[in-house]
Design a protein around this ligand. Sequence first.
Ligand code: HEM
Length: 473
Amino acid sequence: MPEVFEKWWRKYGRIFSFKLGTKTVIVLNDINAATDLLDKRGEFYSSRPRFVVSHEILSDGKRGVSAPYGDYWKRWRKLQHMGMNGKAVLYYRDQQTLETAILLREMLANAGGHEQALRPLQRFMTSIALGIAYGRRILDLKDEMVSFNHESILEFQRANTPGKYIVETWPLLLWLPRPLQWFRPALEVLERIREKDRETYMSYFNDVKRRSKAGIAKDCMATYSLWHGGSQGMTDVDVAYALSAPFSAGVDTALPALKWSLVAAICFPEILKRIQAELDSVVGRDRMPTFDDERSLPFLCAFIKEVIRWRPVVPLGIPHATTKADVYSGYDIPKGATVFSNIDVLVKDPNLFDDPETFNPSRFLTPHKPVGNWNGKVESDFTIPFGFGRRVCPGMHVALQSAFISMARIFWAFDLLPAAEGSSIDPTKTICRGITCEPAPFQFRVRARHIDVERIIESESAEADLRLKEWEY
Ligand code: HEM
């Protein structure tokens, strides 16, 4: 799909539209159009297209990511914001710092490189997502909470398969008396899955409630909902579903960004060397980097921004939908239109980024020129890959924080190399599933950068094992 939209953008220009059944789909390929409509006219550009089967039937309308704009979504969003705003995420730094010590130990154990070498990174990001939602960590990916959450994401995606359910195209059929609904058996399967989802999400929320009563719960989105009025106007089931968002929307987005960071470090060794020189001069070799070093590591921070620009992991964003008819630049935009922001094209716009195909972190070291009505706030606040307007990714601070501490420590500890001498990784090979894209499977190995690395990893991870017990239950 991103390639098709790119082809059409080259042919049809900055804004194009097409019909999908009875729906009008509009694609914005221009930063001014995206900010004019999705940011400035956010009041009526912030809904989602209707997902009859996956959202309304399978999820009982409870998943905020696919919820239409309105009171339910606003309450859900308030809780996401409370749990993941720029200030709240500072609380998760402790767990992130400790988890990265374990991450390095696991990477060292897989130093030779094989197809499982990326699993430590996956465990790290999954543990962080569950920490945000429930104040809980996982020791390995076989944890029941991980398999359940993966399965429910897959069910959601399967329910979205085009053409699979007739009611997706003809929702009016749901008004037929039940005995006449010949398609019902397929929907009943989904209704049973929905019951299981609801029960399981509720059991996770109830676990936190019990721990909170006992005074042993870690601060997390669930405790924000209990203690700080984060769930005003929401039922327990609404909250239980809201707590599933960091996993369902956070792991398959932040993890690909971490994978692309490794690919970039392997494919551009001179850039990795520059990051490591910065780390050596700021941090030295006697200790691991921490969040306190962040301000003194501008090149590493620029590298992370460049990674999410170079390979945006949600290349077409998540589609918005209009709740009012509108006119923009001579285009008629009907009520109920689906609106995509073509992030992949926006981050490669030569008006915004010189030589956009080149991987060049230094571009983020100097403030950008304003373009049109877009104020060019690229250096301090580069948010294009996280979407637009009222729906902008609420997890962006968590994502950036996770990327900073994991990459700072990996690059401090290791040289990253292709798995076999003389082999290479092709950074143009991408795999897309659903709305996210990640590097095609790649193999690499790591090599400790200096003699003290193993000793420091061993002692820091042993301490982390002990301190992380507070998140284990
Ligand atoms: C590099 C990592 C990430 C990227 C590039 C990313 C990107 C995006 C994008 C493009 C959207 C759609 C915004 C729109 O509709 O305009 C989105 C929505 C969302 N993201 Fe992220 N995301 C990332 C990480 C995360 C993380 C770590 C979390 C949570 C822990 C998260 C939670 C969400 C949620 C809940 C939404 C739905 C917001 C809504 O519908 O109101 N994301 N993200």
